[in-house]
Design a protein around this ligand. Sequence first.
Ligand SMILES: [Fe+2]
Ligand SMILES: [Fe+2]
Length: 381
Amino acid sequence: MRRKPPFTASPLRVWAVEDTTVQLTWGNLPAGVVSARAGDSFAERTDHPGGPGSLVLTGLQPGQSHAIDVEHGNGVTSLTATTLAALPGEELSRVATISDLHLGSTRWGFLKTMVEADTHADDHPIRCARACIREAIEWGAELLLIKGDAAHHRREGDYELLGQLVDEFPDLPMILVPGNHDVDDFSDAELPDTVGNRQLRYELGVTQQSLAGLTVVVGDSTIVRQPTGTLSRVGDELIEAARAADGPVLMALHHSFHFAPVMTHWPPSINRREVMPFLRSLAAANPDVLLTSGHSHRNRTRVVSGLTVTEVGSTKDWPGVWAGYTASEGGMRQTVRRAAADDAISWHEYSRGAVMGLWDHWAPGPLDQRCLNVIWRRAGD
Ligand SMILES: [Fe+2]
Ligand SMILES: [Fe+2]
């Protein structure tokens, strides 16, 4: 039995774009065949179980408006999608990020009243994270950044779940940093040095890795036993790493940034007094940084001091996403895709109903803040 959404299903829509792909998602289409066509591009599911789902069209022309016809059990729905422009120069590398897996949680919603309707071999957080990682690998990710709140609480069982998850993907290089939930005040359990048989380290400072055309820099923004974050411990080192990279940087943290003088929304995070000087110094050290974080469980983008700063939502609650970063010689593309697997997207659709349905409007963010190009300023210097 599939979980019924608590109110009207999410519409059939264009969820994500790249230069040549479009992801379509829907909350409720009848069981059977669902197909999409845009010019010569065609995608089809013959086994749609009914309810929520996703299709990806490929091979589209970059930077153009595309008329899409989606055929399904209720008829034909016409949509329009505009693909991103092609990035300058040759594609060089692909990195994926996930955050806010919250492995070990079983409930969701403002009052934590939303639970699974059906029995599954695994709870929804691990199913959703697994779907995101599998789909990121299919997309072409050569490195995965797990940017915090992988564990729901400071609990040995949650760290063990994380170990089981990362061991399912032994061939995928990963970098793991804690979020506030990994080091919360739930118990006195020790944050393990590593998780899984593959002994993936929890990185507690600044770590970096070089890929073709890109340096990845990841920092630990947590304050042990506090929900909020800080740059006081790692900020200078992050700036120096960006300066030393002497080329484009993808920087990832768990905590998002609050830009208003007072806190305007949940959850508490790194405040403006720390954020603004950090971003000014970072931009001066290296103008070609895309900085991304999690923690807020929503998708947003701002440009501050000339740097693109993004927040990407959780793997486990609506809309249930992972992000892909494609680096080329001249820039980087971020795309935020929803998990497509049936046993993940059905939970995500249900989880829209949190906070009396407000979560449906709050978490997704606009398409152009999920999927965007950043052109490097120093490319070709
Ligand atoms: Fe979280
Ligand atoms: Fe968090």
